[in-house]
Design a protein around this ligand. Sequence first.
Ligand SMILES: *[C@@H]1O[C@H](CO)[C@@H](O)[C@H](O)[C@H]1NC(C)=O
Ligand SMILES: *[C@@H]1O[C@H](CO)[C@@H](O)[C@H](O)[C@H]1NC(C)=O
Length: 422
Amino acid sequence: MYWTSLLAAVTLAIPSVHGFIRFGCSNLVTERFDPLVTPGQVSPHVHQVVGGNRFDLAMDPNEDFGATATCTTCRFKEDKSNYWTAVLYFRHRNGSYIRVPQMANHNTGPGLQSGGMTVYYFQPSPPTKDLNITSFAKGFRMLVGNPMRRSNDIDPSTAAAQATTFRCFQGTSPGAIGAPGTPPEDTFSLPNKICTGGIRSNIYFPQCWNGKDLDPADHQSHVAHPVGNGFFGTDCPASHPVRLPLLFMEINWDTRPFNDPKIWPKDGSQPFVFSMGDPTGYGQHADYVFGWEGDSLKRAMDVCTGADGLVTKCSALTVQTTEEMNNCRVPVKVKEVIEDKYLKQLPGCNPIQRGPGYATIPKGCNALSTTFNAPSPTYAPAVVTPPWTVCNAGPTPEPLTPACDSIPGEKPPAPVVTPPPA
Ligand SMILES: *[C@@H]1O[C@H](CO)[C@@H](O)[C@H](O)[C@H]1NC(C)=O
Ligand SMILES: *[C@@H]1O[C@H](CO)[C@@H](O)[C@H](O)[C@H]1NC(C)=O
């Protein structure tokens, strides 16, 4: 995304504006489980996880992941947090499903990350009253969105509705300039047309905290979106007065292999479904487990206030090469095939539920019965070459675009990693 116009406008008007950091995180593991979901609330469904390699089902809240993780898939070595979202599948006209690959975002190079997402931490900007941010603490977790939601049942003018949206890319263009999340450029439901350059998920986390709970049982009630329209320059509600950095993420789905309408469902409906059986997109959700080393995030927020988000300009943090990011992995624990081939059904107990009512957990379904003896896909997903360039190789770097030789040790173009045959 290009924040040029938004930030240039804000910067000119208000000299005290704070900036943001923006960085890629490659895939760490993709499998069917979710440590933040209470059993009985939702069927386990396939998620992609990025970040530090201490991610596992136990997720002990007393553990300091910043200290115990030994590598991370994120560009900044200090970020051992974990971020995860449900993944997208393509539903073929013949009824079979295959996972939609992911690709590097605009301006995330040099090098091509393997799957994953782009993560942003924004600082609040005027005219909001609460400019004094409090960084996340050890043990902090939260989730945004509701995997069971299937309709646009939240007032579209509120931050809660705009928190999870989609951009439909045409060709190499990043689309409209400015903050994502508002119609008509971005949609609340999965796009109902062909997106020749892929689809991007845009997810804003709540940025207001009650100042007390690190992780209540519902993982949500301790945080809230700001009051008013949008995510920038709006005040926190009285119930949640403490301002956190605004965490935002983008996931680029490479739908290009599936853009032939002849393989779309015969009724003409769009063919993509989330792993929890959601063909609408209203159930899009994401999880965050804080795991920055020591006070590194706070130190970065104190000094990395540039309005371009470029990783090499944040001197408080250490960058690593894309190869190092792509080589950090954790082994899968649920042994089942979930990607790289057509499947008869979505993994787990996740039949398609179109709504508009909330989805329900299917009765009498034994999720484990769908697992079978298969090779564990512990290899990194194949690196996809996106339709756009991720860095600038020319003599004069464009604003907000990393130069292709800006990261020490990086050797663009990145090698294409192909998985071993399954
Ligand atoms: C559907 O089509 C895909 C792609 O040609 C194929 O791999 C898969 O086996 C087909 N599924 C069925 C049930 O025919
Ligand atoms: C900013 O937040 C810190 C930590 O919560 C607090 O100690 C300090 O008093 C706050 N400053 C202002 C001006 O509110």
